[in-house]
Design a protein around this ligand. Structure first.
Ligand SMILES: NC(=O)c1ccc[n+]([C@@H]2O[C@H](COP(=O)([O-])OP(=O)(O)OC[C@H]3O[C@@H](n4cnc5c(N)ncnc54)[C@H](O)[C@@H]3O)[C@@H](O)[C@H]2O)c1
Length: 357
């Protein structure tokens, strides 16, 4: 692997990423991951290239793949650069085989790879991976980045900003006065509401968590509690310009309403990392063919927001090597609040909203 090619490519990136830069300067001398075989499965984007650099500089033997989701394509310039630099890259999950020390995973796709064996531990990036990893029978450490306050910086700021940017770029720049139904008021849903509300739209929030609904009502949004075939919800969906899904629940819409019950004029948008609609809804019915809408953007999440999360995902490799933990566990404490504070101080951004529970 010609790391210099990757470094030249990354040096053209416009944007700030101090957490990953700090990691690179620390790891380039120490080489803490020397010879470690890492399987890297997250969406392959321009930002991911910045995340890979410190892993290579630390001496890791990285195999790069791309998150397998309907409609989600890897960025071709990144695939080309990695291939050209001689990186080990395989986009087809069925063709990946062998033993790896660590999986840096997203949506718990590595445990489903039949010919892959992980020997030291796993690090999961997002909420959708939680049900699978928390039930995985293994003594190996599994760190969930989602079980942290740090992850709120992505969901409540970065993903929300990117969602609205993507709607304006790919759907319409005219949002004022339009009606949105937002299903899921967790980290991602709150971020979307925060940025959508700046566009003077009407937002109705749907969630199964009553406390979250009270918080949504206090923030000035309409709310619908009973989601199981409630007439109120169907009416709201039928009257909406767009319905945005951010629950992480596969097949949720299909479990509520058949495609024939919702008019074709209502836009259905996915922001979750799963197919929240189900097979009854063909990809063509959903904006962006079911992919999380922000992944149509050149930068699906601005580096400024995702930098500390990417750095923490990488740094968990050191925790795995230390061998202090076993089984499914949250992001180590030293990578959580200290990172949140450092980010908030550096950019002067008030993050008190992330402590909502
Ligand atoms: N597009 C992106 O860039 C991006 C970024 C981060 C996370 N994600 C994905 O977005 C999804 C949501 O992530 P999150 O971090 O907000 O999760 P979260 O757990 O913080 O929030 C999920 C919310 O959905 C609600 N919910 C669950 N089941 C529901 C149901 N049946 N009906 C209504 N509400 C329901 C929960 O109560 C919770 O409030 C996941 O798939 C995650 O992987 C996407």
């Amino acid at each position: 692997m010609d790391i210099e090619k990757l470094r030249r490519f990354n040096s053209a990136y416009v944007g700030d990423f101090p957490f990953l830069e700090e990691l690179s300067s620390e790891w380039i001398g120490k080489k803490p991951l020397d010879g470690l075989r890492i399987l890297h499965n997250i969406p392959l984007t321009r930002e991911t290239m910045l995340k890979l650099e410190p892993l290579y500089l630390a001496g890791a033997d990285v195999t790069v793949t791309h998150l397998d989701l309907p409609g989600l394509e890897p960025k071709q310039d990144c695939v080309n650069l990695l291939s050209d630099a001689g990186a080990s890259i395989e986009l087809d999950h069925r063709k990946i085989d062998g033993e790896f020390d660590i999986a840096l995973d997203c949506c718990a796709q590595v445990p489903a790879m039949e010919n892959v064996r992980i020997t030291r531990g796993y690090v999961e990036l997002t909420q959708s991976g939680t049900p699978i990893y928390s039930a995985l029978e293994t003594e190996l450490p599994i760190y969930s980045i989602d079980l942290s306050k740090l992850k709120c910086l992505e969901g409540m700021f970065g993903t929300g900003e990117a969602c609205v940017r993507a709607i304006k770029q790919f759907v319409t720049p005219e949002l004022k006065g339009r009606k949105f139904v937002l299903i899921g008021y967790g980290k991602v849903g709150r971020g979307i509401a925060r940025y959508l509300s700046k566009e003077e739209v009407e937002i109705t929030v749907v969630d199964i968590n009553e406390t979250y609904l009270e918080q949504a009502a206090s923030a000035g949004y309409g709310t619908i509690k009973d989601i199981k075939r409630s007439t109120g919800l169907l009416e709201a969906i039928r009257g909406a310009f767009a319905v945005i899904f951010a629950t992480g629940q596969p097949g949720l819409l299909q479990s509520l309403y058949a495609p024939s019950e919702i008019g074709d004029d209502v836009l259905l948008i996915n922001m979750g990392a799963d197919d929240e609609f189900g097979d009854d809804y063909p990809p063509g019915r959903i904006v962006a063919g079911k992919a999380p809408l922000n992944f149509l953007l050149d930068s699906p999440t601005t580096m400024f927001f995702i930098d500390p999360i990417f750095a923490a995902h990488n740094r968990c490799c050191e925790n795995i090597l230390k061998g202090d933990d076993k089984g499914f566990t949250a992001l180590p404490a030293e990578l959580d609040l200290p990172y949140v504070d450092a980010w908030s101080k550096r950019y002067g951004i008030d993050v008190s909203d992330i402590y909502y529970e």
